[in-house]
Design a protein around this ligand. Structure first.
Ligand SMILES: [Zn+2]
Length: 354
């Protein structure tokens, strides 16, 4: 049985209890994440949730504001709602960027406190650290991902419309447009390809955006790319090409492409366009048969995701309910695979035993 102290020691490469444990979380820590030890904890937790009769969720994509989260409350909600493990990525808050910081090391705090609930994930490529200076953000990303042995990078926003909540608050800085085939994209894809470490992209679905993405996937076939938000199309008139068949074609060409399943419920409206942006759904609130068929056919390409963010850290319950509504409508065995088995396979390169 792994004690917390043991995990900490392993996380620090079996050095003495690391100094970062007692320090403020924003300071640069030393040591590497001990993934083998953490993995045992995840497995036990997933098995326990299953044994309790609940479908465990391995959330591949969520983020948080390290300065604002109430972790104790948050993990209590995870336990209550059956969320086993989260790839929980810190977003660098603007107030710290103003002080000259560009990277949050708060993940060390997550792992120190709750080693069986969180999967070490790099910072999200979001405003302002990423949008203001991609080169510097990528410098940090490469340096810290390698130095600390992060096994997963965060979500990089290349094309990002304002979310419904951001639109309401008129947060136009969240309207991000960085060419995926530009210098920053090239550097990120190449880094992922060399290291084998997966990364996530936020990339709105528009006809004009598809060729550059395909070109990057073709140029970097070994880069493991998680394209977030399956079939989330905010402006229907900008997207005529993306269909289950289109995605099927991408899967055939690009064996390292994954899709996450964070999207809105059947009746959610994207206010700026007035459209129901989660296109997976029928009008009656079921999964469209053609989407369900693709997921059933290739379930390991689809990863459960909650997309918790800094402005909704207290709403885990709603977001889990939404994800479970979707998962419950998938046929078995796809349901279980998408919920946690696909993430396990991608991250540990093996089938999970539970
Ligand atoms: Zn996103």
């Amino acid at each position: 049985m792994l004690t917390r102290r043991c995990v900490l020691r392993l996380a620090a490469g079996c050095a003495v209890l690391p100094a970062w444990a007692a320090r403020a979380a924003e300071e640069a820590p030393t040591g590497r994440f001990g993934i083998a030890a953490l993995k045992e904890g995840y497995l036990k937790r997933i098995a326990a949730i299953r044994a309790a009769g609940k479908l465990p969720i391995f959330d591949i994509e969520s983020s948080y504001d390290p300065g604002k989260i109430d972790l104790e409350d948050f993990v209590r909600e995870m336990d209550r709602t059956g969320v086993a493990v989260m790839a929980f990525s810190p977003d660098m808050p603007g107030r710290l960027v103003k002080k000259g910081e560009t990277w949050s090391h708060h993940v060390f705090e997550l792992i120190r406190l709750y080693p069986d609930r969180f999967y070490p994930t790099g910072n999200g490529g979001v405003h302002p650290a990423w949008t203001k200076n991609q080169e510097r953000f990528l410098d940090d990303n490469e340096r810290y991902i390698l130095a600390h042995g992060y096994p997963l990078m965060g979500e990089f926003e290349f094309r990002h419309y304002m979310s419904p909540r951001q639109a309401e608050r008129n947060e136009t800085h969240r309207d991000v447009d960085i060419p995926i085939d530009g210098a920053a994209g090239e550097r990120l894809f190449a880094f992922a390809e060399t290291t084998g470490i997966p990364f996530q992209i936020h990339y709105e679905i528009e006809d004009r955006l598809l060729p550059p993405l395909e070109a990057m996937l073709a140029r970097h076939p070994k880069a493991k790319v998680i394209w977030c938000h399956l079939a989330q199309i905010r402006y229907k008139e900008r997207s005529t090409l993306y269909t289950p068949d289109y995605l099927r074609g991408l899967f055939a060409r690009f064996p390292n492409l994954y899709i996450d399943t964070a999207f809105g419920g059947p009746y959610g409206i994207y206010k700026p366009s007035g459209q129901r942006h989660a296109r997976v759904w029928t009008d009656g609130g079921d999964i469209r048969p053609e989407w369900s068929a693709l997921i059933a056919e290739q379930p390991y390409r689809f990863l459960a995701a909650l997309d918790i963010g800094g402005d909704r850290m207290d709403r885990l319950d709603d977001w889990v309910r939404n994800l479970r509504y979707f998962l419950d409508r998938l046929p078995e065995p796809a349901r279980r695979i998408v919920a946690y088995r696909a993430a396990w396979k991608l991250l540990f390169n093996e089938e999970i035993g539970v």
